[in-house]
Ligand binder design. Structure first.
Ligand SMILES: [Zn+2]
Length: 84
């Protein structure tokens, strides 16, 4: 579980990928935000080793990310796409 402190420290570097770039291993694709339907984005932490997924809508609850600290973009994407 990621803490508020980690989130602040991370100083998210946010990369917006277009649809083509979101294809990972030819199978995983980021679904839209479950709350507002906007496009999702990959959030890369400053350590370059952990990833979160968030919403591109700055007014959305998930704009700062889904509160994950995944080891890879692939893992983050799988978790994002599995959420209800
Ligand atoms: Zn959203």
């Amino acid at each position: 579980m990621i803490t508020e402190e980690i989130l602040k420290k991370a100083q998210h570097v946010i990369d917006l990928y277009n649809e083509e770039q979101l294809m990972i291993n030819g199978e995983n694709h980021l679904l839209n935000c479950p709350f507002c339907g906007s496009n999702a984005k990959i959030i890369k932490f400053n350590d370059e080793e952990h990833f979160d997924i968030g919403c591109t809508n700055e007014n959305c609850y998930l704009y700062e990310g889904a509160d994950w600290h995944n080891d890879s973009i692939e893992e983050a994407t799988k978790r994002w796409n599995k959420r209800k």
